[in-house]
Design a protein around this ligand. Structure first.
Ligand SMILES: [Zn+2]
Length: 116
């Protein structure tokens, strides 16, 4: 069994690469080996961070938290202070330290490390 952290899919065959996204698959059971690194302020920075991390061969998953916006008649402004983070970024646990340094280099103040 193999697991794709990006697509959240499991594959029966002992594949090394995800047939859907060409991402690197992990052995089953390593799926929990991902750590939420922190939050990124805007989409441009999030895309850039992901791109830079991948150039260091660190896979990263970015989850948008802005899906709450745009629903007719509802405002969620009270949940979001100005400048609050809209994207969460996760990397494999073994890359946490390196990824933090890369993110600081790449997007600086536009990302914030999650406080433990
Ligand atoms: Zn995949």
């Amino acid at each position: 069994m193999a697991y794709c952290p990006a697509c959240k899919t499991e594959w029966e065959a002992p594949l090394r690469e995800c047939p859907v996204c060409s991402g690197e698959l992990t052995a089953e059971g390593e799926a929990s080996g991902w750590t939420l690194l922190g939050t990124i302020r805007d989409k441009v920075s999030a895309d850039f961070a992901q791109e830079v991390l991948s150039s260091y061969e660190i896979p990263a998953v970015v989850i948008s938290k802005s899906g709450f916006f745009g629903q007719a008649g509802l405002t969620f402004n009270t949940f979001y202070k100005p400048g609050s983070s809209l994207f969460e970024i996760s990397v494999p646990t073994e890359h946490v330290q390196e990824a933090c340094e890369i993110l600081t280099m790449a997007v600086g103040d536009n990302w914030q490390r999650k406080e433990d």
